[in-house]
Design a protein around this ligand. Structure first.
Ligand SMILES: NC(=O)c1ccc[n+]([C@@H]2O[C@H](COP(=O)([O-])OP(=O)(O)OC[C@H]3O[C@@H](n4cnc5c(N)ncnc54)[C@H](O)[C@@H]3O)[C@@H](O)[C@H]2O)c1
Ligand SMILES: O=CCCC(=O)O
Length: 498
C-alpha cells in the first residue's frame, strides 16, 4: 500500500494558500484544513479555512476588477485564455500528478482530464471575440432594434472534486470570455489542482481580481451562502449534487441571481436486441460505467439489456471487469483507482447489499478492497436487477454496474424516464427509426447513441428535470455568462431625402 508524494517538475505549482486579488493569502483566522490522498489516506497538505470575511474580500476584488475587465476587447480576453491554455499544456504532467494525488484517478485518466480541462480555455478563447448581437426587424413603424450581449458581472462558481480541473475550467473559460470576473470556491477534497490553475492564470497575465480561488472545508456552507446571497455576485454556476443545488437555488433566489445548475445524474444505458455489434456495446458500457471508478455525473448507473442479448452481454461485461487492475493511480498498469472517501465506499457497499438482499446476483466484486487502502472498492457487477433496488433510483457514484433485463422498447423508456433526474442517457441499436424514436423520448439533456462517451467541449453539456439547467461548453456555454440587452431606436425609417 502507498506511494510517496509525486515529484513535480515545477514545485511552485503546489500551493497551500488561497488566491485573492492576484495574491496568495491565508485565512485571517490562521485556520487551515487538511487534504488527504484518497489512495493512501496520507496527508497531502493544508489549505486556508476561509470564512465569510475572507471571501467577502475576494468578492470585492472581483467587483473592483469588473468595470475594467468588461471593457477589454474580446480579442484581448481571447489571448489571455489562449496563454492560460498553453500554460496548462506546458505543465500538463504536473497538473495530472496533482489530480491523481488528490483525486485518486489513474495517471493516464488524469492526463486525459488535463487535455479536456484545457480544451475549455482553447474553445472559449475562440468564442470571446464573437459575442455577436442581432439586428431585429421591429414591429413598430419607424423603430429599429438591435441587441448586444454583455457580461453578467461577478460570478460565483462552485465545483466538485471528481474533475478537479475540468469542472473549474468549464466555468471560468466562458465567464472570462464574456468579460466576467469570478470567485471560484474549489472543492475541499481537491484544492491543489485549482490552486495550480490559479498560479498559471497569474503567469498568463490575467489581471488581478479577475480570477479568485477561495478554499474552505468546514466553512463551506457559510461561504456558499455568502456567494449565493452577496448582492455584487450576479451569477452563480454550481456543479454538484441535486440536494446541494436545491439549497443554493433557494439562497440565490434572495437576490434573483442568474444561475446554472449542473446536478446529479442516474444515467440509463440501454442495449437493444438489434444492437449491431454487442462487443461495441459492452465496451461502451464499461467505458461509461467505470470512468473515474464510476464517479462522474454522466456514468451509466442503470444498465438495461434486452432479454435476447442479456446473458451474453452479462457474461462478456463481467469478463472485462475481471481484467481491471485496481490500485493507487500512480502505480504502473492501474486501470481504476479508489473512490474519494470512506463515505463514498460505504454508499457503494450499501447499494450492493441492498440489491443482493432484494434478489440480485453478484457476478463479480461486492466487497471493499481494504488491503489496498481505505477507499478502495472492488469493481462490481450485479445481474437480475429490478426497479425496487436502491441503485435503480439513486445515483451510486461508484464502481458498481447493475444489469437490468427488459422486454420492450416502451417498458425500457418508461423505466429510463422514471428517474427524477435527467442528465445523460445512452442506448445501442442498429435500427435508425428506433434511434430517433428513443433519442427523442428520453428525458435527459444528453444522449449517447452507440457510444458510451459523450463528453466533448464542442457538445452542450447539461441536464433536464432535477439534473438542473444551463449548458456548459459548446457555442451555448458563453450565454450562461451574458445578458442580452435590446436597444430600440425610434424615429427611424424616413424615406431617402431627395
Ligand atoms: N451535472 C454535472 O455536470 C455534474 C458534474 C460533476 C458532478 N456532478 C454531481 O456532483 C455530485 C458529486 O459531487 P459531491 O458529492 O462532492 O457533491 P456535493 O453537492 O456534495 O458538493 C459539490 C461541491 O459543492 C460544495 N458544497 C457542498 N455543500 C455546499 C454548500 N452548502 N454551499 C456551498 N457549496 C457547497 C462542495 O464543497 C463541493 O465543492 C454527484 O451528484 C454528481 O452527479 C454533476
Ligand atoms: O462528472 C461530470 C462531468 C463529466 C464530464 O464532463 O464528462
Amino acid at each position: 500500500m502507498g506511494h510517496s508524494a509525486p515529484e513535480l517538475k515545477d514545485k511552485s505549482l503546489f500551493i497551500e494558500k488561497s488566491y485573492i486579488n492576484g495574491e496568495w493569502v491565508g485565512a485571517q483566522s490562521g485556520e487551515t484544513f487538511e487534504v488527504h490522498d484518497p489512495a493512501t489516506g496520507k496527508l497531502i497538505g493544508t489549505c486556508p479555512e476561509l470564512n465569510t470575511s475572507d471571501v467577502t474580500k475576494a468578492i470585492e476584488a472581483a467587483t473592483a476588477a469588473f468595470p475594467t475587465f468588461r471593457n477589454t476587447l474580446g480579442r484581448e480576453r481571447a489571448r489571455m485564455l489562449r496563454r492560460w491554455y498553453q500554460l496548462m499544456m506546458d505543465n500538463a504532467d504536473d497538473l495530472a500528478k496533482l489530480i491523481t494525488w488528490e483525486n485518486g484517478k489513474p495517471l493516464a485518466d488524469a492526463k486525459g482530464e488535463v487535455n479536456y480541462a484545457a480544451s475549455f480555455f482553447e474553445w472559449f478563447s475562440e468564442e470571446a471575440p464573437r459575442m455577436y448581437g442581432d439586428t431585429i426587424p421591429a414591429s413598430v413603424p419607424g423603430n429599429r432594434v438591435i441587441t448586444m450581449k454583455q457580461p453578467v458581472g461577478v460570478c460565483g462558481l462552485i465545483t466538485p472534486w471528481n474533475f478537479p480541473a475540468a469542472m473549474i475550467t468549464r466555468k471560468i473559460g466562458p465567464a472570462l470570455a464574456a468579460g466576467c470576473t469570478v470567485v471560484a470556491k474549489s472543492p475541499a477534497e481537491t484544492p491543489f489542482t485549482a490552486n495550480a490553475l490559479a498560479e498559471l492564470a497569474h503567469r498568463a497575465g490575467i489581471p488581478k481580481g479577475v480570477v479568485n480561488i477561495v478554499t474552505a472545508h468546514k466553512n463551506t456552507p457559510e461561504v456558499g451562502e455568502l456567494i449565493t446571497t452577496h448582492p455584487e455576485v450576479r451569477k452563480v454556476s454550481f456543479t454538484g449534487s441535486t440536494n446541494v443545488g436545491r439549497l443554493l437555488m433557494k439562497q440565490a433566489s434572495s437576490t434573483i441571481k442568474k444561475v446554472s445548475w449542473e446536478l446529479g445524474g442516474n444515467a440509463p444505458f440501454i442495449v437493444f436486441d438489434d444492437v449491431e455489434d454487442l462487443e461495441v456495446a459492452v465496451n461502451g458500457a464499461i467505458a461509461s460505467k467505470f470512468r473515474s471508478s464510476g464517479q462522474t455525473c454522466v456514468c451509466a448507473n442503470r444498465i438495461y439489456v434486452q432479454k435476447g442479448v442479456y446473458d451474453e452481454f452479462a457474461k462478456r461485461f463481467a469478463e472485462k471487469v475481471k481484467g481491471f487492475k485496481l490500485g493507487a493511480g500512480f502505480e504502473e498498469g492501474i486501470t481504476h483507482g479508489p473512490v474519494i472517501h470512506e463515505r463514498a465506499v460505504n454508499k457503494v457497499h450499501e447499494h450492493v447489499q441492498d440489491a443482493i438482499s432484494k434478489g440480485a446476483k453478484l457476478a463479480i466484486g461486492g466487497e471493499k478492497a481494504s488491503a489496498l487502502g481505505p477507499n478502495f472498492y472492488n469493481p462490481t457487477v450485479l445481474t437480475g436487477m429490478t426497479k425496487e433496488m436502491l441503485l435503480a433510483s439513486e445515483e451510486t457514484f461508484g464502481p458498481v454496474a447493475g444489469l437490468f433485463p427488459f422486454e420492450t422498447e416502451k417498458d425500457v423508456v418508461d423505466l429510463a424516464n422514471s428517474a427524477e433526474v435527467g442528465l445523460a442517457g445512452y442506448f445501442f441499436s442498429g435500427n435508425v427509426r428506433r434511434i430517433f424514436r428513443v433519442a427523442e423520448a428520453m428525458e435527459v439533456g444528453m444522449v449517447g447513441v452507440n457510444t458510451g462517451l459523450i463528453s466533448d467541449v464542442a457538445s452542450p453539456f447539461g441536464g433536464v428535470k432535477q439534473s438542473g439547467f444551463g449548458r456548459e461548453g459548446s457555442k451555448y456555454g458563453i450565454d450562461e455568462f451574458t445578458t442580452i440587452k435590446s436597444v430600440t431606436f425610434g424615429g427611424m425609417g424616413e424615406p431617402l431625402q431627395a
